[in-house]
Design a protein around this ligand. Structure first.
Ligand code: PXL
Length: 269
């Protein structure tokens, strides 16, 4: 499988394209990258953000799509509205499953997708999403309704144009809530792992989801797979790396993903 992540670089190796590539490798997919921004960060803070020009982001996508091909795409940090527009034009042409992870802020509170880019994301990228994967805080911001609970937020995101939505809840010890491609609402439970090595959790979840969709899984089965992958990588996280939030342990997934339940059978292949 050929997976493309369109996201920011995390110099600390915990989140962003680095987490995506590690997830793709561990799940035996070929990972490709279109970098939207270079962040200087570590386990404690994002020290600076440099957004790439939109045409440079577009050129990375064109280069790999033209030669290698893309079975599924995953988006993360979108630092400017211009980048969102360049990405949306390409995703429309790719015509493959698309996971849109609306990364708004780093865990340390730094804005990664500012309001102008966020508005463009809702308008241009959400309607192209096979699945959108906010946490509850992100979903409430995107839907402009701070009163939503997770199931209602999943429905609201789908009403905004996403083909399906998964509101992740693992960080709060809650299930994920999936509003699937038919509008069917379902909790996706499983292990909740609370760990100090949790930097890149959302990226890992969305990347695993993209792999399952590339393999032809339904949204609900892909959601179960992604939840299992994320819990396993969290449980193997490296709390001793850095003074802050350490990275997940993607190595534990290698050769193991066939055993992670999707609900029926396996997602590997
Ligand atoms: O985890 C969200 C995220 C995504 N992408 C980049 C990040 C972060 C969090 O810090 O830095 C580049």
């Amino acid at each position: 499988m050929r997976l493309l992540t369109i996201a920011g670089s995390d110099s600390g190796g915990g989140a962003g394209v680095q987490a995506d590539l590690k997830t793709f490798l561990a799940l035996r997919a070929h990972g490709m990258t279109a970098i939207t921004a270079v962040t200087a960060q570590n386990t404690t803070d994002v020290e600076s953000v440099y957004a790439l020009p939109a045409d440079v982001v577009g050129a990375q996508i064109d280069a790999v799509a033209g030669d290698i091909g893309v079975d599924a795409v995953k988006t993360g940090m979108m630092p400017t509205a211009e980048i969102v527009i360049a990405v949306a034009e390409r995703i429309e042409a790719l015509a493959c499953p698309a996971v849109v992870d609306p990364v708004l802020r780093s865990s340390s509170g730094v804005t990664l997708t500012p309001p102008s880019a966020r508005d463009a994301l809702v308008e241009r990228l959400l309607p192209l999403a096979t699945v959108c994967t906010p946490n509850l805080a992100e979903a409430r911001i995107l839907a402009a309704d701070a009163t939503l609970d997770a199931p209602a937020a999943a429905v609201a995101l789908r009403d905004l144009g996403a083909g399906a939505a998964i509101v992740t809840g693992g960080a709060e010890g809650a299930p994920d809530w999936c509003c699937d491609e038919r509008g069917h609402l379902e909790p996706v439970g499983g292990d909740t792992v609370i760990s100090g090595a949790d930097h890149g959790t959302g990226c890992t979840h969305a990347a695993a989801l993209a792999v399952a969709l590339a393999r032809g899984e339904s949204v609900v089965r892909a959601a179960r797979f992604a939840r299992g992958v994320t819990a396993a990588a969290l449980a193997a996280g490296a709390e001793q790396i850095g003074a802050g939030h350490g990275p997940l342990g993607h190595h534990t997934l290698i050769g193991e993903d066939a055993g992670i339940a999707t609900g029926a059978g396996r997602a590997a292949g």
